[in-house]
Design a protein around this ligand. Structure first.
Ligand code: FPP
Length: 244
């Protein structure tokens, strides 16, 4: 179950969510408002991700998980999909050069085998670097769907059962080890910018007890100050986990 951690900030003690999840939404509208192509919104959105990830690291968050590309996003115009893949390529290349300096680990959740070959190689490389040290971790959901993740986990469990390596009775904890997020604590706070108030097939299993924060701010305009507001709101919530 999700737990927040108590850290010291500027001499006073404050609760910081251990794991924050964000649905990156509003890039297209941000660009349209400025008379720019949607792809320009994705480019600025990728920069915003970099800024927010470093800010999360600096304030003591341990994990940031973002929804960057869903299994449904392949249905977008070809040029837009190509641009998003190009941006991810660029981002992962740069991350490989700076991960150690930035003390940032990375993991991809999703069906990596369905990604272009070059991107798959970059994902493998970032995984390899991440194994070398401890620190803040960014998880990028690519070619990801929450239901697909659960179905795949069930299939993998069934395989292990047939092989005789998995128990007959399964706990939630054991099942969660078959998910792409295996070994990572559940998100404490889920943020959705862009004005919509839904989960869109994101981390369905993992967000069972997450606090939700919605804002009309479009993702490219999202700032550390807005993240602070979300965390402030999170601190005011009363997390009961089904108890009184
Ligand atoms: C949602 O906005 C955004 C996406 C589907 C793509 C997000 C991808 C990036 C920011 C590129 C690279 C990412 C990383 C993590 C380096 P939308 O297009 O649905 O916006 P709209 O709702 O305004 O149309």
């Amino acid at each position: 179950m999700a737990r927040e951690k108590q850290i010291q900030t500027a001499g006073e003690s404050a609760i910081v969510p251990r794991h924050i999840a964000i649905i990156l939404d509003g890039n297209g509208r941000w660009a349209k408002k400025r008379g720019l192509p949607r792809t320009a919104g994705h480019a600025v959105g990728a920069e915003t991700f970099r800024k927010i990830a470093l800010y999360c690291r600096d304030i003591g968050v341990d994990y940031l998980t973002v929804y960057a590309f869903s299994t449904e996003n392949w249905n977008r115009p070809e040029e837009e999909v190509r641009t998003i893949m190009r941006l991810l390529n660029k981002y992962l290349h740069e991350a490989i050069d700076t991960m150690e300096r930035d003390r940032m680990k990375m993991r991809v959740f999703g069906d990596v085998e369905g990604l272009p070959a070059e991107l798959q190689a970059l994902v493998a490389k970032t995984n390899e670097i991440s194994r070398r040290y401890e620190g803040f971790q960014a998880n990028i959901c690519l070619n990801y769907g929450g239901r697909a993740e659960i179905v795949r986990a069930a299939e993998r469990y069934a395989e292990d059962r047939l092989a005789g390596t998995a128990p007959e009775k399964l706990t939630e904890e054991q099942f969660s080890q078959y998910l792409w997020s295996s070994g990572i604590p559940e998100p404490d706070l889920l943020i959705r910018p862009g004005g919509e108030q839904r989960l869109s097939n994101f981390l369905l299993w993992q967000c069972a007890y997450a606090e939700f924060y919605f804002t009309d701010t479009l993702w490219p305009d999202f700032t550390p100050a807005e993240l602070d507001r979300a965390i402030e709101e999170f601190r005011r919530r009363d997390r009961r986990y089904g108890k009184v």
